[in-house]
Design a protein around this ligand. Sequence first.
Ligand SMILES: [Zn+2]
Length: 68
Amino acid sequence: MTTAAETRLEELEAKGEEEEEEKKESVALLEQDIECPRCHDSMALCSDFDSLYYTCEECDFTLYTIKR
Ligand SMILES: [Zn+2]
């Protein structure tokens, strides 16, 4: 026999696993080449101290990623 509290805990654990998978996906996305929103050329990933950003050599467009 399962109590209501045990059932709720299982639901929370399942939800936590889903959130972790989403984080992995966003990290994988960060490593891929992305297209420049201005000229549609490929942008290069650069790092400067503690920040990561993409730069486009064609039009000098810079796209910063979110700092952790
Ligand atoms: Zn560009």
